[in-house]
Design a protein around this ligand. Structure first.
Ligand code: HEM
Ligand SMILES: [Cu+2]
Length: 565
């Protein structure tokens, strides 16, 4: 039997159980490898969509785009999430991980699945895009790879739940689980639903690809695929918001403004996410307008409400904590005096603002049935979701990594000067990238089309010149963001390989209760801070005004799409 030991990190006070620690490390490192592959592929995608360069031939472009989407959105994000789940259970609750052997099986399944899927894509006959809509068909190993990966991820979620049970039984924490863990529980519950939906649709599609069944209905496919595809984004949101709370606690000692309100907001995600999936079917035949409007324009807002609550209470909690430290001058001294040179904080802040303003506002606009017509299947769509999955999720994961390098990996960060810069370069170039994509999409530039000029097509289409200009800017901003991503990989991998080894701290055979003075105690306990945060409310009003203006500008724009009057 392997012996379980607990290491107490001298820099954070966090306690790492030996098995959990290894599992977090392999999952996080594999995630970064997937990010590296996806990032290299992004070069091909970006340089092809940049009209003056238009680099790759059509078949290569679609292959590269398929692999980019899957390596990034599935493999990078979910491997990293496994590490986050183990961190939020074993580390934050200071308990041993349940069934470490099973957790290793989960990891191996995910790894085999990810490799199998990539091999299928790069063999060239599986360029079906991330969404893999039927009747397009990929190689059977494409689906099998995804299914193995999903089974592994599901097992990982059960190891997470098992770890919570152990913590409860062995009484390693007092009272309720901390909010960060609560957010991770939300993510894992949603993950179970998500993976079940994925299985319901991918298993028949796999059987179709090997010839066991003769057809899968395309409309049913889309409906169920999006129960999976949309919900998986809700996992990401729950995970990155948990990280925001964790960083607020770690960097500022901030307690949530109200534990109940924040927990209630996480619950809203679980209740309303399936209904919100309907926003992916807004242009589909077969479902009624009434059904679309009820699901997207009413129920979806409850999920949006939840995100807005987090977007308000996280900066609010930080403001309360900063004011308590004496940064009380004016509305914004608390924000000016935040540690802007610390990439853990700057990454999270840039993520919160970009996720809310760019991802959130554009998402509500797109989710409105009528307005959806303006941007449906245009490059606006990847403009929106890069604001959510890159600025929101990816940048938050990057910020957390900077915290984990000394704490989990026990290395001194190489090149801290470059690390200071990285969130600004990556975050702001991504802001710009998303904005120009949305601009080009509003002018109608199509999504995923290899050649926006439609050269050789029987019917020509004249774009306004601005559309080419905007797509050129997409290229420039995309390359800048890729450089930002490369710096992240250089710093993380470099620190693991060449960073100075740090003292791991004392090791014992038993867990210890959380010392209330630990630097991360606020992330590991229960308690509310109250609501006195005037600066944050001003920021919220700025958000509201931008939201309303942008929404109504689009209604005005919609009225001009068809010259009916
Ligand atoms: C520097 C970073 C990145 C750049 C420059 C970039 C660029 C692009 C571009 C230009 C497209 C193609 C748009 C089109 O023609 O339809 C695309 C698609 C996509 N990207 Fe990224 N991306 C980056 C990072 C990411 C990350 C981190 C994720 C996920 C976490 C991601 C997920 C996706 C997905 C899911 C697609 C759609 C694939 C499909 O249509 O099947 N990207 N990206
Ligand atoms: Cu969605």
């Amino acid at each position: 039997m392997t012996t379980t030991t607990y290491r107490t990190c001298p820099r954070s006070g966090l306690q790492f159980e030996s098995q959990a620690e290894k599992l977090m490390i392999v999952n996080a490192v594999t995630a970064v490898v997937a990010l590296l592959v996806g990032g290299i592929l992004a070069i091909g995608v970006v340089l092809t969509r940049w009209p003056t360069i238009h680099w790759l031939a059509a078949d290569t472009f679609y292959m590269v785009l398929t692999a980019h989407g899957i390596d990034m959105l599935i493999f990078w994000i979910i491997f990293f999430e496994m590490a986050v789940l183990y961190f939020c259970s074993s580390t934050l609750l200071r308990c041993r991980i349940a069934t470490p052997k099973v957790a290793w099986v989960a990891f191996v399944l995910m790894l085999v699945g990810a490799i199998m899927n990539n091999v299928a894509v790069f063999q060239g006959s599986s360029s079906v895009m991330m969404t893999s809509y039927v009747p397009m068909m990929a190689d059977p190993t494409f689906y099998l790879g995804l299914i193995l990966f999903a089974v592994g991820a599901l097992i990982g979620c059960f190891v997470f739940f098992g770890t919570l049970v152990i913590a409860k039984r062995e009484k390693t924490y007092q009272g309720s689980v901390p909010l960060v863990t609560f957010g991770a529980i939300t993510a894992a519950i949603i993950a179970v639903f998500t993976i079940a939906s994925g299985a319901i649709i991918l298993i028949p599609t796999f059987l179709l690809s090997v010839g066991v069944i003769s057809s899968v209905d395309p409309l049913i496919y889309r409906t169920i695929w999006w129960a999976f595809g949309h919900s998986s984004q809700q996992i990401n949101v729950a995970a990155h918001i948990s990280i925001w709370y964790a960083v607020a606690a770690i960097a500022f000692g901030a307690k949530p403004m109200s534990e109940r309100v924040s927990r209630g907001a996480f619950l809203l995600y679980i209740l309303f996410l399936q209904l919100a999936s309907a926003h992916h079917l807004l242009a589909d035949p077969g479902v009624s307008t009434a059904w679309k409007v009820v699901n997207t324009s009413y129920f979806m807002y409850f999920a949006v409400l939840a995100s807005m609550i987090h977007g308000l209470t996280i900066p609010g909690a930080i403001e309360v904590a900063q004011r308590a430290k004496g940064y009380n001058n004016g509305l914004f001294e608390w924000l000016r005096k935040a540690p802007w040179g610390n990439p853990v904080w700057s990454g999270v802040f840039i993520s919160i603002i970009g996720f809310g303003f760019l991802g959130g506002i554009s998402g509500v606009m797109m989710g409105t049935e009528q307005l959806n017509m303006i941007i449906h299947n245009t490059i606006y769509v990847p403009g929106h979701f890069h604001a959510t999955v890159v600025v929101g999720t990816t940048l938050s994961f990057m910020a957390l990594t900077y915290f984990l390098i000394p704490v989990l990996f026990r290395r001194e960060m190489i090149n801290p000067g470059l690390a200071k810069l990285q969130p600004y370069l990556f975050g702001f170039s991504m802001y710009f990238f998303c904005l120009v994509m949305m601009g080009a999409g509003t002018l109608g530039v199509s999504r995923r089309h290899w050649d926006m000029a439609f050269n050789g097509a029987p019917m020509a289409y004249e774009w306004p010149g601005a559309a080419y200009l905007l797509m050129g800017l997409v290229g420039i901003a995309g390359i800048a963001a890729i450089v930002g991503g490369a710096i992240y990989i250089y710093i993380t991998v470099g620190s693991l390989l060449w960073g100075k080894k740090l003292n791991g701290g004392s090791v014992s055979a038993n867990f210890t209760p959380i010392p209330p003075t630990a630097p991360t105690a606020a992330a590991q306990s229960y308690g509310s801070a109250g609501f006195a945060a005037p600066g944050t409310f001003v920021l919220a009003m700025v958000f509201l005004v931008s939201f309303v203006l942008y929404y109504f500008i689009n209604w005005k724009y919609l009225s001009q799409v068809w010259g009916l009057s």
